[in-house]
Ligand binder design. Sequence first.
Ligand SMILES: NC(=O)c1ccc[n+]([C@@H]2O[C@H](COP(=O)([O-])OP(=O)(O)OC[C@H]3O[C@@H](n4cnc5c(N)ncnc54)[C@H](OP(=O)(O)O)[C@@H]3O)[C@@H](O)[C@H]2O)c1
Length: 284
Amino acid sequence: MIVVTGATGNIGRSLVDHLLAEGAAVRALTRDPERAGLPAEAETVRADLTDPASLGPALHGADALFLNLAAGGGDAARTVVDAAVKAGVRRIVLNSSIAVSEGPQDADNFLARMHGAVEDAVRASGLEWTFVRGGAYAANALQWAEEIREGGVVRDPHPGAATSPVHEDDLAAVAGAALLDTTGAHAGQAYVVTGPASLTREDQVATIGRVIGRPTRVETIPEEQAAEERATPGVPKEVLLQLFRLFATAVGTTAPVTDTVERVTGRPARTFEQWVEGHAADFR
Ligand SMILES: NC(=O)c1ccc[n+]([C@@H]2O[C@H](COP(=O)([O-])OP(=O)(O)OC[C@H]3O[C@@H](n4cnc5c(N)ncnc54)[C@H](OP(=O)(O)O)[C@@H]3O)[C@@H](O)[C@H]2O)c1
């Protein structure tokens, strides 16, 4: 039995489908099974990763765990990892981040600190582990969907910031390979998983315009204004400002591109254009 946390998320949905297609028994966790819309072939179980009482039943009988700690941090990770050890889980595949470099620069990067703390908790568990250190998700472009639908103008503080956007299906395929591994090849690996090309945010917006057949452009706005406008209870202004400062350091750079998707899955990484083609309805 493979337990998938964040099963309703970007990677989680794709991973559940992938594991079911490979014939695995899957338990999909969500805080709200009624709204989750997960496949009937998966066992959908209510669990909240911040509520230790829900973890025992959620992990009971599991061999492997896909851990996506969107709700997390180091403390939450230790709670989940302890519950996994108690439940007899043998293997954890962790959704981590390219921000983690294990170098001194991690101290200055809040994403590296957050994901690094979770990695530490998984390493300390003594269980077999694989880290999927994803680059910026192609799905982050959905944050522009409303602006593109309503006139095609995306307002952004750092349009020149470069990332190598990665398709959620590729992240799921790499995680799936590690979860289903029978050879031990993926144990103890920290995979940096990116898309196939470095693109600026402006390039991404232009690609969306090309695919949907409508003009799009980017207008630069101050960080402060963008953070004010986009803050939500889940993602407060201070977090957005930290994120924008990371984007500022990526302006004028070329983002790293890895061959992990091809090495692990045998298929080339999907392009951002392919991602947009699959999500075009969100932008029209
Ligand atoms: N966005 C990027 O570019 C990027 C890059 C690298 C790494 N990451 C990391 O990827 C992770 C996921 O990010 P995402 O924004 O793409 O989110 P997501 O995985 O698409 O969605 C969040 C998921 O977490 C679940 N969740 C939230 N709170 C929960 C809780 N208390 N208990 C159980 N499940 C909970 C939600 O499920 P329910 O609502 O169904 O419970 C949902 O499935 C984050 O840790 C992020 O730092 C993101």
